[in-house]
Design a binder for this molecule. Structure first.
Ligand code: HEM
Length: 544
């Protein structure tokens, strides 16, 4: 009896403490005089954000309309300042990047400061992120992109054949799916040297596994909610999931993706003839196998590894006096083996899903706006004489194609959910004192659909002409930010843009895309990490 009373009182006391602590944290925006929706003590505003499918970006937009360009909401107890004020965004993402260098923690992720495993360019922060980004950046120079240009072209040859077959059949096709397979083939071969022919072999197990990763983001309630409600357990829950994933790769497909990349790494280390100048090799060249990481940002190396780390041609050379390396030494040129695996997974996923979605959305808009499609056809017919021999430099001489690219990503800021930063040390912006730990989320839909910036034509209309240089050059630098902003913007921006343009230019030369009975009047969007057309993009392909 006594034990029961004791345990019940203890439990109630614990709950009361939790309740009061949360209520106090959720007072933050009121104390700062910042408006926003009333938070529930337990879930904050999560239910409004995620209760219906697809409505995270729409909900932010709704709140912006109600509370203005700067307002606060809560993910459980975690404060998020949602902004669409362009000067504010510039201050956070560029001018004060040093203070706002971390991305908002993902629902499930390891401790970015202490974890030995599971850290990559997207979820890291501080000096660790700088080190990873410094090594990765050179993979996306023009010279590197020119190297993979022929590979992309060969994959587009296959796409054109498949589209020709579809046009002969006179059936409606889901072009979004076709683009997904194409960009997957490009990424698998260009980044990892994995021979891939998913465009023909649609049941390829590696492709299906990668697709399952996105489906899981949308479906898995455990992944989605628990760490938001109780962020204190986020890192522990991640460790449990990692353990489960280690033994059951089918339960968490991300681990199967990592496993596949580890296979390629092993093969290359056993047989150096398999090495090729790709993204993976670039990372492998910086790999230190014998580093030990003690969780306090201290890394020590064997003598031979130390040589490798210090003598690479790095952007920021480490003084010889600092031979005892630690991770907080700025930018030493090395990667831990686990960082290479998890980072590769991120590239594989980020690299194919975003670009294919952008292509699908562009084709949807062109099919439903035939006069714009005609304008693009005219430009391509005039300036692109032989589409098969298209060159890298020709891509920049197609101005209307560039406008179509920009307008598509203006209408659909597909990567908007990750355009956020955490305040690492208290800071004041526009007179608002932002305490450390507050997250800044950009409401990109509101930024990209703001009638003041994008009018007089209705911002919901597809109007590539908005981007004619004489109009666009006078806009605020933060008015169009589909790839984020500042030093931590999208590292694959140029690859994504090149791939988009070469694919669209070549298929436009050959085909017309036509609305049909199965084409949605208004595209239903879903959020699977990125914004994506829920039911694909279904149109008819007509040979020209
Ligand atoms: C149309 C295509 C793409 C779009 C719209 C897009 C969008 C974005 C956005 C909005 C961000 C967040 C930037 C920020 O927080 O400021 C981002 C980050 C990132 N993207 Fe992309 N992306 C695209 C293509 C790619 C490709 C092809 C790759 C890789 C091959 C890639 C890899 C990454 C990585 C690794 C990051 C994290 C960068 C960091 O934290 O330092 N993306 N992307």
């Amino acid at each position: 009896m006594f034990v029961t009373i004791f345990l019940t009182s203890f439990g109630l006391g614990l709950l009361l403490t939790l309740y009061l602590k949360r209520k106090q944290r959720q007072q933050l925006f009121k104390d700062l005089g910042i408006p926003g929706p009333e938070p529930h003590w337990w879930h904050g505003n999560l239910h409004q954000l995620y209760s219906k499918p697809n409505n995270h970006h729409k909900q932010l937009q709704k709140w912006t309309a109600e509370y203005g360009k700067i307002y606060g909401y809560f993910e459980g107890p975690t404060p998020v300042l949602c902004v669409s004020d362009l000067d504010f965004i510039q201050e956070v993402f560029i001018k004060k990047f040093g203070t706002f260098n971390g991305r908002k923690l993902f629902q499930l992720q390891p401790d970015p400061e202490k974890s030995k495993v599971g850290i990559h360019i997207v979820n890291s922060r501080g000096d660790r992120w700088k080190r990873l980004r410094t090594i990765i950046n050179p993979s996306f120079t023009s010279a590197k992109l020119k190297q993979i240009f022929p590979l992309i072209n060969s994959k587009v040859d296959t796409l054109i054949n498949l589209m020709s077959e579809a046009s002969n059949d006179d059936k409606a096709v889901n072009v979004h799916k076709m683009f997904q397979r194409l960009t997957f083939d490009v990424m698998a071969e260009a980044a990892f040297g994995l021979e891939s022919n998913v465009q023909h072999n649609t049941d390829d197990p590696f492709f299906l596994t990668c697709r399952r990763v996105f489906d899981q983001v949308e479906k898995n309630l455990l992944v989605r909610y628990i760490p938001y409600y109780i962020p204190e357990i986020r890192f522990h829950l991640w460790k449990c999931i990692q353990l489960i994933g280690h033994f059951g790769k089918n339960i968490f497909p991300a681990y199967a993706v990592i496993g596949k990349i580890a296979e390629v790494m092993n093969m290359r280390s056993k047989d150096p003839t398999l090495c090729r100048p790709d993204l993976l090799q670039m990372m492998l060249d910086a790999e230190v196998k014998s580093a030990t990481y003690d969780g306090n940002l201290e890394i020590s190396f064997d003598k031979d590894e130390e040589q490798k780390v210090t003598e690479k041609p790095v952007l920021h050379t480490i003084p010889r006096t600092q031979r005892r390396l630690t991770a907080n030494v700025r930018h030493p040129y090395f990667l831990l083996s686990d960082e290479i695996k998890t980072q590769s997974m991120v590239f594989m996923l980020a690299g194919f899903e975003t670009t294919s979605t952008a292509l699908g959305l562009a084709v949807y808009q062109l099919a439903t706006n035939p006069e714009k499609q005609k304008k693009l056809h005219m430009e391509i017919d005039e300036l692109l004489t032989n589409e098969e021999d298209i060159s890298y430099s020709e891509l920049s001489s197609l101005p209307y194609l560039d406008m179509v690219f920009r307008e598509t990503l203006r209408m659909y800021p597909i990567g908007m959910t990750v355009v956020n930063r955490e305040c690492m040390q208290s800071s004041t912006i526009q007179g608002i004192e932002i305490p450390a730990g507050v997250n800044i989320q950009v409401d990109m839909t509101s930024v990209h659909h703001d009638a003041e910036t994008w009018g007089p034509t209705d911002p919901l209309k597809f109007e590539p002409e908005r981007f004619s240089p004489e109009i666009h050059d006078s806009r605020h630098p933060m008015a169009w930010i589909p790839f984020g902003a500042g030093p931590r913007n999208c590292v694959g921006l140029r690859l994504g843009m090149m791939e988009f343009k070469v694919v669209l230019a070549r298929i436009m030369k050959k085909f017309e895309f036509v609305r049909c009975a199965e084409t949605e009047d208004s595209l239903t969007l879903a959020e699977k990490g990125a914004i994506t057309p829920k039911h694909g993009v279904i149109v008819k392909v007509v040979s020209r």
